[in-house]
Design a protein around this ligand. Structure first.
Ligand code: ADP
Ligand code: MG
Length: 634
């Protein structure tokens, strides 16, 4: 029997208290997931013991048949989940069942609003784990002992989920963990054999560890009557108990794939798609990769969890093995099982093993192919893109070799749809290119309105030439790593000389040259007036509605990137734009007819306006306002 001693009462970490409170409130309609979480933890604990025992068989303590047992007592209203896995020592119990150690937790909790549905979704993204016990239980008791430790090194943890818990020493014969839930009044339905069996099947068919439940059999006499006192309890395995990825694809249903995803990804929602591959030959591995339906809460955290669950010859090695996928595919979840690595591989060893690079290359290809396939379903792909598009945009910079493939997966806003939704592919764009058009035109700015209304688009709109409208923060950086698609060069319409190539006829070009000649003296006067603030002044034919625009030299960093660098504390060298004037605009005609100080003011106002329209900022905005007001009141 157990003797308890060294009892102490401790408070939950603040974050746990907040999570418990919000979770119980918002996950009420999803209560059954507590069982999935507890089975998932028990299975992980068995995996960990098997791994640790590779080096030290004694850890099994003579009991190497790993298993999970689920029992209930409908009279007492309890459900027990038991495993003979790795177990925990006192420090681990306090840390694992009293705190949340993930980075970004505090920020995550701040997002919760108290609005039930929204919070349920967010908490689902976060993953509730062990604490979900308190959705159905008003008291939880955990008895555990670390495999390989002395019998009196057990720990009993107990809590009502209301801010504190107690831990006490415990003598425990078996290693592993037992969790007893005392069900709340309104959750007694779970202390039911049929209900539990169907939940076990739903949540753990794909888990390799057998999940057993007791079956009570009563002998019958010759007349078919039950013989009193003859009850025999035998353990019966309820789940399939084979690792899902080992089974042939043809025998796995979509529901099984989805259930397994939830176990691997700690997600509540279904995945968007998956790809299951067994590869034999030079490089042997089985992979099962998933695209989640929504972003995890820590997608943009520097040390957010990512990577696949790694198995070597079916033996679990580690969670979150991030070496097998590039950073820009960090949203992919799943399992990799391979015989290429040794069973005692560690994170450090993974970094040095050349086979890891090879498998990474192969998985990257699988993941990109999976996305390409997903793209055939426009609606599903749009969900993917809206969720993970800005992560995928990191791809061309990180993965040179797959640049063209990644480019094919990108989606953009364009002048074709003028919609802020990024839903046009480069292939779409190319298929609509005008006769004689050789390049893919794009423009970058902060925010959709700024990009959509840019003066640089005027000529393109007039001629019906499509332009990609890039308005994400990462876009200028993305484009600096994309040079071509389908053999066509990308051209930033706000940089360098405008050359529409074959799209413009000879006559048009000739007319432009003539205009430029006619305006030579105006250009010279503006240049002298503006002096050093500009690199050059020109007449342009880019504009139809605006009087002027600024253009950056072709290889100059754009305004968006400059702002990002400046925000990061980098001092950027001054950039001198090229000012281009629209010869057909009334203001430019007015300028031509003006002299003296008024000419200087007007020229300067045109320049400043053009910079503002570009999203740049003025060194001396007050001077601009003063000049403009002087012109307005004259
Ligand atoms: P997660 O499983 O995502 O790590 P949980 O809240 O489900 O988060 O569990 C917290 C931690 O508690 C686990 O990481 C594990 O270390 C420990 N734990 C939970 N259940 C068990 C168990 N049955 N056996 C051993 N350790 C466990
Ligand atoms: Mg868990």
């Amino acid at each position: 029997m157990s003797t308890t001693a060294h009892e102490e009462t401790l408070g939950f970490q603040t974050e746990v208290k907040q999570l418990l409170h919000l979770m119980i409130h918002s996950l009420y309609s999803n209560r059954e997931i507590f069982l999935r979480e507890l089975i998932s933890n028990a299975a992980d604990a068995c995996d960990k013991l098997r791994y640790a025992a590779l080096d030290n068989d004694a850890l099994y303590e003579g009991d190497s048949e790993l298993r999970i047992e689920i029992e209930h007592d409908s009279k007492a209203g309890t459900v027990t989940v038991r495993d003979n896995g790795i177990g925990m020592d006192r420090d681990e119990v306090i840390k694992n069942l009293g705190t949340i150690a993930r980075s970004g937790t505090a920020e995550f909790l701040k997002q919760l609003s108290g609005e039930q549905q929204k919070d349920a979704r967010l908490i689902g993204q976060f993953g509730v784990g062990f604490y979900s016990s308190f959705i159905v239980a008003d008291e939880v008791t955990v008895r555990t002992r670390k495999a390989g430790s002395d019998k009196d090194a057990g720990v009993e943890w107990r809590s009502k989920g209301e801010g504190e818990f107690t831990v006490a020493d415990l003598e425990r014969e078996a290693h592993g963990t037992e969790i007893v839930l005392k069900l709340k009044k309104d959750a007694k339905e779970f202390a039911d054999d049929f209900r539990l069996r169907s939940l076990v099947r739903k949540y753990s068919d794909h888990i390799e560890v057998p999940v057993r439940m007791p079956r009570v059999e009563t002998a019958k006499d010759d007349d078919g009557n039950e013989i009193e006192g003859s009850e025999v309890t035998s353990w019966e395995t309820v789940n399939e108990a084979t690792a899902l990825w080992v089974r042939p694809k043809s025998e796995i249903s979509d529901d099984e794939y989805k259930a397994f995803y939830k176990h691997v990804a700690h997600d509540f929602a279904d995945p968007l798609t998956w790809s299951h591959n067994k590869v034999e030959g030079k490089l042997e591995y089985t992979s099962l990769l998933y695209v989640p339906g929504r972003a995890p809460f820590d997608l943009y955290e520097r040390d957010g969890t990512r990577g696949v669950k790694l198995y070597v010859q079916r033996v679990f090695i580690m969670d979150d093995a991030e070496q097998f996928l590039p950073l820009y595919l960090r949203f992919i979840k799943g399992v990799l099982d391979t015989r290429e690595l040794s069973l005692n591989v560690s994170r450090e060893l993974l970094q040095q093993d050349p086979k890891v690079e090879k498998i990474k290359g192969a998985l990257t290809k699988r993941a990109l192919d999976m996305l390409k396939k997903l793209a055939k379903d426009k609606e599903a792909y749009q969900t993917f893109w809206n969720t993970f598009g800005s992560v995928l945009k990191e791809g061309p910079a990180e993965d040179f070799a797959n640049r063209e493939k990644i480019a094919g997966l990108l989606r953009f806003s364009t002048t074709q749809t003028d919609s802020t939704t990024q839903d046009q592919s480069l292939a779409d764009y190319v298929s609509r290119m005008k006769e004689g058009q050789e390049k893919i035109y794009y423009i970058v700015a902060d925010g959709f309105n700024a990009v959509k209304n840019s003066p640089h688009l005027e000529i393109f709109r007039k001629k019906g030439i499509e332009v990609l409208l890039l308005h994400d923060r990462i876009d200028e950086w993305l484009m600096s790593h994309l040079h071509e698609f389908d053999g066509k060069r990308f051209v930033d319409v706000a940089k360098g000389d405008l050359d529409l190539g074959e799209i413009e006829g000879e006559e048009e070009k000739k007319a432009q040259e003539e205009t430029a000649k006619a305006k030579e003296s105006l250009v010279k006067r503006v240049r002298e007036s503006l002096g050093d603030t500009v690199q050059e002044v020109k007449v342009t034919h880019r504009l139809t509605d605006s009087p002027a625009c600024v253009v950056l030299p072709e290889h100059e960093m754009g305004y968006q990137m400059r702002r990002i660098m400046e925000a990061a504390g980098q001092k950027m060298p001054e950039v001198k734009p090229i000012l281009e004037l629209n010869p057909d605009h009334a203001l430019v005609e007015r300028l031509e007819a003006t002299e003296g100080e008024r000419f200087d003011d007007l020229a300067r106002v045109l320049l400043d306006q053009a910079i503002i329209a570009e999203g740049g900022h003025l060194d001396d905005p007050a001077a601009y306002v003063k000049r403009l007001n002087a012109l307005l009141s004259a």
